[in-house]
Design a protein around this ligand. Structure first.
Ligand code: NOJ
Ligand code: CA
Length: 550
């Protein structure tokens, strides 16, 4: 754990999501590794990231890119050794960067020794570590998540002649959390990796730990109770470490994972994410205002993780059928772009690489209540490859330069774990860290500046309350963030056309407005409505200064 600092560090932090496999290959075998990641820490520092979230790096047959763990206590040899991992964490800490990692509690790989033992015979001591049944109609109210590849949550085990329960792929048997040994073993896994220096976990597939007949088997009280026990242990033994939940749920169920400040520190704001894209497509601020109101308030010592994209498909499980249709129509015109109930594309291609829209979306998630979580490569507007299977099209090698293999690896191109992006509209020869760093006007340099501004205002943006202002034009979204004496006014035009609005700021009569990036001072606020004219897809972040200079 990075020592010192505020226990609420995560409220002011920017997070960077990284698959070790895709980031940098240090030993020329075509696969990213921990030593490569260590070599690129200065880059991660240069874009102002405070915390790295590592995707699963444990031993795995990689049938679900590492979310199928075959040994919780070892590292996938392709990625390096435990020593490489420890060196990476301590080098990150030396730069003031924290590291959290994926923790997959719900299920294991069918190659895991625990499962191999469990299926070997019905009286094996590990048998009860998994969920078995003779009846595949048990828990029949439970939805299937990977609908494109699974037809049931039960899979037949020909060895022991019973069905086992799995919420994801059939090669990922769910652990049985009713068994105290399982609960204890996972506590040991947590301690093992925290002892190696991690600053916390992104907890995978949180809602599904327990099963109860007659329910959806999601968000059960027993599941919350177990996470509260984990939290208690962390607070006692590893204070300052955090738990971030992946709980893709409707607002009320998602909020419940904060508990009474005694469960998760953070939770992804899944409800917000698709609604940002819906608001953009409909040129209407309402979906954002509405969902933010539904997802607040949350306890003081907790925070949302705000994201636009991640390593999975853009999930549309928790939206209405009409909203999903709209999203598919607008953002996934080809069938290949869809997967399960979602869209398997990266951010830049989703919005046709429109620089205005990309800035707008980033300015939104950097200024709404919560901590932004960025997906590697989105800061260089990386493209995707929908011709690769599953979600691999958004997990291609990071693009460092216009050299061979985008500077990711010196292996022969055929040896790369995945091809690099060569589509002419997103070719790595232009979309790479080196070229974009040298171009002052690049998106990457814009991103860096915005993160600096965000850091300068980290308290009001990280911890402030939000108040939405009435706008006469539905495509204009306006809010004030407030923290103690600090205030920031944020205004966005979500429309494809220019727009204008008059905001009632009369309670701030006499205050000054200063644009954050340029420091340009705007006309002072008066009694009359304050007038904003805005080009299409534009934004303002304005510092509000009281007349007496506070
Ligand atoms: C959620 C992860 O984000 C996803 O990549 C994975 O396939 C499932 N959990 C199953 O572990
Ligand atoms: Ca390698």
């Amino acid at each position: 754990m990075l020592s010192g600092g505020d226990e609420l560090w995560f409220r002011d932090a920017s997070f960077y999501e990284v698959p070790v496999r895709s980031f940098f290959d240090s030993n020329d075998d075509g696969i990213g590794d921990f030593n490569g990641l260590t070599m690129k820490l200065d880059y991660i520092k240069s874009i102002g990231m405070d915390c790295i979230w590592l995707l699963p790096f444990y031993k795995s047959p990689l049938k679900d890119d590492g979310y199928d763990i075959s040994d919780y206590y070892s590292i996938l040899p392709d990625y390096g050794t435990v020593e490489d991992f420890e060196r990476f964490v301590s080098e990150a800490h030396a730069r003031g960067i924290r590291v959290i990692a994926d923790l997959v509690l719900n299920h294991v790989s069918d190659q895991n020794e625990w499962f191999k033992e469990a299926r070997s015979s019905r009286d094996n001591p590990k048998r009860d570590w998994f969920v078995w049944s003779d009846d595949p109609d048990k828990y029949k109210d439970v939805r299937i998540i990977f609908i494109d590849s699974e037809t049931s949550n039960w899979a037949w085990d020909p060895v022991s002649k019973q069905y086992y329960w799995h919420r994801f792929y059939s090669h990922q048997p769910d652990l049985n959390y009713d068994n105290p040994e399982v609960r204890e073993e996972m506590m040991n896994v947590i301690r093992y990796w925290l002892d190696k220096g991690l600053d916390g976990f992104r907890c995978d597939a949180v809602p599904y730990l327990f099963e109860r007949e007659g329910t959806s088997c999601e968000n059960l009280p027993e599941t919350h109770q177990y996470f509260k026990e984990i939290r208690k242990m962390i607070d006692r033994e590893y204070p300052g470490c955090i738990l971030l939940a992946e709980a893709n749920q409707w607002p009320a169920d998602a909020k419940a994972y904060f508990g009474n400040q005694d469960e998760f520190h953070m939770n992804f704001n899944f409800p917000l994410m698709p609604r940002v894209f819906i608001a953009l497509a409909e040129e209407d601020a309402f979906p954002i205002v509405n969902i933010i109101k539904q997802t607040l308030p949350i306890p003081e010592k907790c925070d949302w993780g705000l994201f636009l994209r991640n390593h999975d498909e853009l999930t549309l499980e928790m939206v209405t059928d009409e909203e999903r249709d709209l999203m598919f129509r607008e953002y996934a015109k080809l069938p290949k772009m869809r997967l399960n109930l979602g869209i398997r594309r990266r951010l830049a291609p989703l919005v046709d690489n429109d620089r205005y829209v990309l800035e707008l979306l980033h300015a939104l998630i950097m200024s709404l209540p919560g901590s932004p979580i960025f997906y590697y490569g989105d800061e260089i507007n990386m493209g995707d490859n929908v011709y690769l299977g599953d979600r691999n099209g958004v997990r291609t090698p990071m693009q460092w330069s216009y050299d061979r293999n985008a500077g990711f690896s010196r292996a022969d191109s055929e040896a790369l774990f995945s091809p690099v992006i060569t589509n002419p509209n997103y070719h790595y020869e232009s979309f790479n860290v080196d070229s974009m760093s040298r171009l002052p006007t690049s998106f990457l340099n814009w991103f860096r500046r915005m993160i600096v501004v965000r850091k300068q205002n980290s308290q009001v943006l990280g911890r402030g309350s939000i108040r939405f202002l009435k706008s006469e034009d539905k495509q204009i979204l306006a809010y004030i963030r407030e923290y103690q004496e600090q205030r920031m006014l944020c205004v966005f035009n979500l429309g494809r056309k220019p727009g204008f609005t008059r905001l009632d700021l009369s309670e701030f009569n006499g205050w000054h407005l200063r644009e954050t990036i340029s420091s340009v001072r705007f006309p002072d606020i008066g009694e009359l409505p304050y007038f904003f004219t805005m080009p299409r897809h534009s934004y303002f972040w304005m510092i509000m200064e009281a007349p007496n200079g506070t």
